[in-house]
Design a protein around this ligand. Structure first.
Ligand code: ZN
Ligand code: ZN
Length: 279
């Protein structure tokens, strides 16, 4: 089945390994549109989750809660599975690194203490809507995937990695497939953000190339992808090729709070366009 659209990249936590994923409020409409259903509070649907070649039973619920007690509460939509379900067991095996780290932490600290993993230990469950409204597709980005991805880009320059992430045909140009999952996400996020900015550069505000009928904006990773493997939208900037080259030639510090770059020569520049980065 063809994957139709990216829904969510979720950090693996205890609830992913046990019982499900909460759909952020900002994505609820996108999800219900995608599965062509209305989901009033208290409703639940049986769905299928496709993962690693198998299909699992899950349920999509809009949790019912007391309206009088919680008048301002937003809808709580969750994709749920049972703790002892084949899916939970598969996720615990697949994300064995997270499972053992979190289990060990939970055993050693008082309950209700939030579990913390280092950035280098994080794993992700990625969800996609499919052409079938009853089926959600999932993909695991495991610690081993992360290590292999880092390995495969070890000798490449960051700006070259970013170009590879943006290409559809990377497999055919002889680069390892270890980046495949990241590439798919990066393209999705990058292309969506480019549309948000009308293919303009967030630094100079210009839509370079449009008078030639070309769109040549680039996706830049604020924290270098080669170090963090972070391709979430919060780590991306849309820039023109000139500014992209300048960033990589000078390696300025980006401050999220002020949305500005500080260059090594002392020059400072605030983003002209910014709607997606919030400090
Ligand atoms: Zn620019
Ligand atoms: Zn870059």
């Amino acid at each position: 089945m063809e994957l139709t659209s990216f829904l969510l990249k979720k950090k693996v936590d205890w609830s992913v390994l046990q019982e499900g994923v909460t759909i952020p409020v900002s994505l609820q409409q996108f999800l219900t549109d995608g599965i062509a259903r209305k989901m009033p509070r208290g409703s639940a649907f049986d769905m299928k989750l496709m993962l690693d070649g198998a299909t699992y039973d899950v349920s999509l619920k809009n949790i019912k809660f007391d309206k009088e007690k919680y008048p301002a509460h937003k809808d709580l939509v969750q994709l749920r599975w049972n703790r002892s379900s084949p899916l939970a067991l598969h996720l615990q095996q697949k994300f064995c690194s997270s499972f053992s780290l979190i289990r060990a932490q939970k055993a050693s600290v008082p309950s209700h203490t939030p579990v913390r993993l280092d950035d280098s230990q994080l794993e992700y469950l990625v969800l996609y809507l499919t052409a079938n409204p009853n089926v959600i597709a999932a993909e695991c980005i495991t610690n081993a995937d992360c290590a292999a991805a880092k390995d495969s880009i070890l000798r490449l320059e960051e700006i070259d990695i970013e170009q590879l992430l943006g290409r559809e045909d990377m497999g055919s140009i002889g680069v390892s497939s270890q980046l495949a999952k990241y590439r798919k996400l990066d393209r999705t996020f990058g292309e969506e953000l480019k549309k948000v900015y009308g293919y303009r550069c967030q630094i100079c505000g210009l839509p370079i190339g449009t008078e030639y009928g070309a769109r040549v904006s680039n996706t830049h990773h604020i924290e270098y992808f080669s170090r963090t493997l972070d391709n979430s939208p919060g780590n991306l900037l849309i820039v023109c090729p000139n500014h992209h080259s300048i960033i990589h030639a000078t390696d300025p510090v980006f401050e999220k709070k002020t949305a500005s770059f500080k260059y090594p020569n002392g020059y400072e520049e605030t983003l002209k366009l910014n709607v997606h980065l919030i400090a």
